[in-house]
Structure formats: C-alpha cells, structure tokens
Design a protein around this ligand. Structure first.
Ligand SMILES: NC(=O)c1ccc[n+]([C@@H]2O[C@H](COP(=O)([O-])OP(=O)(O)OC[C@H]3O[C@@H](n4cnc5c(N)ncnc54)[C@H](O)[C@@H]3O)[C@@H](O)[C@H]2O)c1
Length: 321
C-alpha cells in the first residue's frame, strides 16, 4: 500500500503529481512545496490531495512510505537524507545529488534500512529504449561498437547548473544501461558562451572496455530540438529520435563485414520498429511502487545513480581542466 509524498511541484514535479493521480488514490498523496502559492494548483488537480509547505509534516507522518523528490538539485541530498532517515523509500530526480560522496551516503542509509533509493532517469523507462536493450542483449546487432547521443534545443537556460548536468544525465544513464559497464576513460569539452563559467554546449567522450566508445553532445544553444541516439553494432544500427512525431525508432541493417580480408559494405533499407506506446514517467513511477511492494531493486537504483554521477564529475573535471 503506497502512501506517497511529492516534494517539490514546480515544472517537473507537477508532471510527477499528474502521473501519480493516475496510479494512486488522490487521498493517498501529499504534496510538500515550500511555495504556499502551489496549494491552489494542487487542489485544482484534485481536492483530496493533501498539501503542506513543511517537510517535517512528511517526515513525521508514519503512514507515508514513499517520497518523490523533485526540488532543485542542490536540495536533493539534504531532503533525501531526511526522508531515508525517516524510513521512507525515495525516488530522487536527476541528478541524484551534486557530489558523489553525498550519493554514497544516501546509498548507505538506504541499504542500512532496506529502503529503495531510485533516481529519475526517466528515459530508461521509455519503451523504445527498453526495446533497443532487449535486442542488444539478444545479439541482434552483434558486438556493440559505438553509441552517440545528441540532446539539443534552444533553451531553457539554467543559471544554477550547466548543460552537462541539466541534460547529459539522461544520455549517460542510457549508455550505461546499454553497455552495462563503466567507462575507463572520460574526457569532455564545453563552451560557456551565454553565461560565464556555465557551459551552454558540451561534448563528452566515453571509452568503455571491449573497444566500445560513445559520445554525448548536449546544447541549449541550438536552433531546433533534436533528441537523437544512434547505436552501432557489427551487424546493424538503431536510430532513436524522440524528437520526431512518427517512426521514432528505426533499425538499419547496414555496416561493414570482412570477407577474405576485404572490407565489404552491406546496406539495406531501414525498418521502423514498433513498440507499445507508454508514458516513461508513468512507467518510472509504476516501477518505483512495484519495487517497494515486492522489495526488489529498481532499474535506476542508487548504484546506477552513483555511476552516472561519477561520470558527470569526471567529465566536469576534464572540461574545467
Ligand atoms: N527527469 C527529467 O526528465 C527531468 C526534467 C526536468 C527536471 N528534472 C529535475 O527535476 C527537479 C526539479 O526541476 P524543476 O524544473 O521542476 O524545478 P522548479 O524550480 O520548477 O521546481 C522546484 C520546486 O521545488 C520547490 N522547492 C524548492 N525547495 C524546496 C524545499 N526545500 N522543500 C519543498 N519544496 C521546495 C519550489 O518551490 C518549486 O516549486 C530538478 O532536479 C531537475 O533536474 C528532471
């Protein structure tokens, strides 16, 4: 039985709330937002949703067993730590914390109390990416060779974090999910064009064991929206473009094979891949509640969150040097 608190209902937290009212009884949901003006917006969604501006009301309510934390990133550590210490399972928005030592501490507390600690890397719950993963594991494209991701748009510009921390957690989490390993080398380059010392555009290179490579290009200074991920294997290639209206996922049986020492190209037309249309955020929340009820580890658990955070930290170090 899930009794949920959503902490922080700004732009993204409101999406969490609208999703959770589809999965739970509104009377089982409490919203905590520091801004008292939020109360009206919450009751417009459903008047049975409880509202408070005080986090202590959440921490001291023994019935609440799950918290979704969707406040600004710099507050995640403190809020999640308090929630875990109050024996509440936590789904924390990305990035889980600003420093890996903070995420390590959260992970340790969650393990000590056998609580679920999950991070909102929502794209791992996207049915298209689940489909790619399934086919990669089944060997459809053979050995993974190369992955790249473009996540580009014009705005929204943030001043509290750069584009790497704002956009790239998603791409890193997907690449980690597909490669199922940690990179051995990370290097990044960024440009701060609009605001001093806050990168608007970055390129991050990741080298994985078994000669698998990846790069991530993210920018909020780009003329149009593009969310394109390309996954290249020795027998075929996937292109996933979430920014398209139709045919978001395509399979290309294209590449090169070596025949008697000669490199030969093979090239077939692409095939659109169908998958069940499901909201990734709904799937993410459903998974969180399922993991609590069945006592199983989430796909995007604290360990996964920590791996992604360490990559962000190393990319930042490389970029700043
Ligand atoms: N998974 C995704 O795709 C995705 C997308 C967008 C944002 N996010 C993440 O979601 C989080 C929130 O982003 P946003 O754009 O909604 O921010 P926002 O600034 O729009 O909203 C933050 C809300 O938190 C409230 N708040 C701040 N401190 C609080 C506190 N101590 N206690 C209670 N409420 C508090 C604010 O009043 C505000 O309503 C960030 O971590 C962001 O990175 C994730």
């Amino acid at each position: 039985m899930i009794k949920l608190a959503i902490i922080g209902t700004g732009r993204w937290g409101m999406n969490h709330l609208k999703t959770s009212v589809l999965l739970l009884e509104p009377s089982d949901i409490t919203v905590c937002d520091a801004n008292p003006k939020t109360r009206e917006k919450i009751s417009a969604i459903n008047e049975n949703i409880k509202f408070t501006t005080e986090i202590s009301d959440i921490l001291n309510d023994p019935k609440i067993n799950a918290c979704i934390i969707s406040t600004p990133a710099e507050t995640h550590y403190e809020i999640a730590k308090n929630c875990l210490n109050a024996k509440k399972n936590c789904l924390v928005e990305k990035p889980i914390t600003l420093y890996s030592y903070e995420a390590e501490e959260l992970l340790a507390i969650s393990q000590k109390f056998n609580l679920k600690l999950m991070v909102g890397h929502v794209l791992l719950y996207h049915p298209a990416l689940q489909k790619i993963k399934e086919e990669v594991v089944n060997g459809k494209i053979g050995k993974l060779q190369y992955i790249y991701s473009n996540r580009l748009n014009l705005g929204a510009i943030r001043s509290e974090e750069n584009i790497l921390w704002s956009f790239a957690p998603h791409d890193i989490s997907i690449i980690q999910f597909l490669v199922d390993n940690n990179p051995t080398k990370i290097f990044a380059k960024g440009l701060d064009i609009l605001q001093n010392n806050i990168e608007d555009t970055t390129i991050t290179y990741l080298e994985y064991p078994n000669n698998i490579n990846a790069h991530i290009f993210v920018s909020w200074l780009h003329p149009f929206k593009e969310q394109r991920m390309v996954v290249i294997g020795e027998k075929g290639m996937y292109v996933f473009e979430d920014s398209l209206k139709t045919e978001k996922l395509k399979y290309y049986e294209k590449g090169f094979r070596i025949n008697n020492g000669i490199i030969e190209k093979f090239e077939n037309d692409y095939v659109p891949i169908n998958y069940e249309e499901k909201s990734p955020l709904t799937e993410e929340q459903r998974h969180f509640f399922y993991c609590i009820e069945k006592n199983v580890s989430p796909l995007t658990d604290g360990k996964h969150a920590l791996d992604v955070l360490r990559i962000l930290e190393q990319a930042t170090k490389s970029m700043k040097n």
